[in-house]
Design a binder for this molecule. Structure first.
Ligand SMILES: [Fe+2]
Ligand SMILES: [Fe+2]
Length: 339
């Protein structure tokens, strides 16, 4: 049985269970318990470093983010607009953010000119342990079975499937050259106007080809690793709150810089177990476009910010570092659980 097959029945007493039971029956008393439990879980997860509490926190954060982004006509939509839910969700997210800001911000020294910051960001991303030198990528390229490659691709769904929407969330209120770069990246996500070429559709096609259920990221969330939910939530958190846009910009920079090399190894693996180039259009597409995105993002989004608001660069750097360490935790978990 794979991770994705395991269905852990979440009790209605955990945060995600409470919020789901509220969506099913708003007249019940789930909301009264929600606020109290949110604070308790926040302390356990982000104060005491308890992995079980963090899993509960990340499942709750994801449950609300992933459903709140849907329109009411989606069959998966759940009404999570109640102020008590918004408030509990915000408090859990804030506890996580303060812990990470304190951790990454302490002693952080970064260059403050556009060129030097760009060099710093590129070097930090290229030398990070989550990159292509992580043993996971040799494993995926050289030894993983079809099922193991599939399990890894399946686990990456909660973040990957939302990527276009996460870029879209960053668009409002940003103008000039930065808008053009964001819009160009978004337009690539949109298949340059061709539905069949949208990155979401390409991913769904590949998922269907290898046997990953398309709706698991909304209806079977308890099969995802803590580390993958953390990754998706990190992007949701920073791209849906404008005050965190600098972190979001840093995270997206890191994504575009590190993804191509890691994908090349997965492509080798998939080819070895029999997939054709057409079957992995999704992966092949990102090897090329993300190299351009990384350069464009650095020169047209981060450099202008560095030139006008160097005081925001520590936040950009925290975004980069949070994202890289999150990716490393995913790699370690994958090696432990899949390999
Ligand atoms: Fe994409
Ligand atoms: Fe990209």
């Amino acid at each position: 049985m794979t991770q994705m097959d395991v269905k852990i029945e979440a009790g209605t007493t955990d945060l995600a269970g409470l919020v789901r039971s509220y969506a099913a029956d708003p007249s019940g008393d789930a909301l009264r318990e929600l606020g109290r439990r949110a604070d308790e879980v926040s302390v356990g997860a982000f104060g005491d470093g308890d992995p079980a509490a963090e899993l509960e926190a990340q499942r709750f954060l994801y449950e609300v983010y992933a459903h709140r982004i849907l329109p009411p006509w989606s069959p998966h939509w759940r009404n999570y607009t109640h102020p008590a839910i918004v408030d509990a969700h915000r408090r859990v997210g804030d506890a996580w953010l303060s812990r990470d800001r304190a951790g990454y911000g302490a002693g952080l020294e970064i260059p403050t000119t556009p060129e030097a910051f760009g060099r710093w960001a590129t070097e930090v991303c290229q030398t990070h342990a989550s990159g292509v030198t992580h043993p996971l990528f040799d494993f995926l390229a050289e030894r993983a079975t079809f099922a193991q490659l599939r399990d890894f691709l399946g686990q990456e769904t909660p973040f990957d499937i939302h990527f276009g929407d996460l870029v879209a969330l960053l668009l409002p209120g940003i103008h000039g050259g930065q808008k053009i770069e964001l819009a160009g990246n978004f337009w690539d996500e949109m298949g340059n106007g061709q539905l069949a070429g949208t990155h979401r559709q390409l991913r769904l096609d590949m998922m269907e080809r290898v046997g990953i259920p398309a709706e698991d990221y909304l209806s079977n969330v308890d099969g995802y690793w803590l580390e993958e939910l953390r990754m998706a939530n990190m992007y949701f958190q920073t791209s849906s709150d404008r005050s965190l846009a600098p972190q979001s910009i840093g995270m997206l920079q890191a994504t575009e810089l590190v993804v191509p090399g890691r994908l090349e190894r997965q492509i080798e693996g998939w080819r070895r177990v029999g997939l054709t180039e057409g079957d992995m259009h999704y992966l092949l597409e990102h090897v090329t476009v993300d190299v351009e995105h990384a350069e464009g993002w650095l020169n047209h989004v981060i450099a202008p910010l560095a030139a006008t608001r160097p005081d925001l660069l520590p936040e950009v750097a925290i975004g980069i570092l949070r994202r890289l360490d999150c990716a490393l935790a995913v790699c370690d978990r994958a090696m432990h659980d899949i390999a």
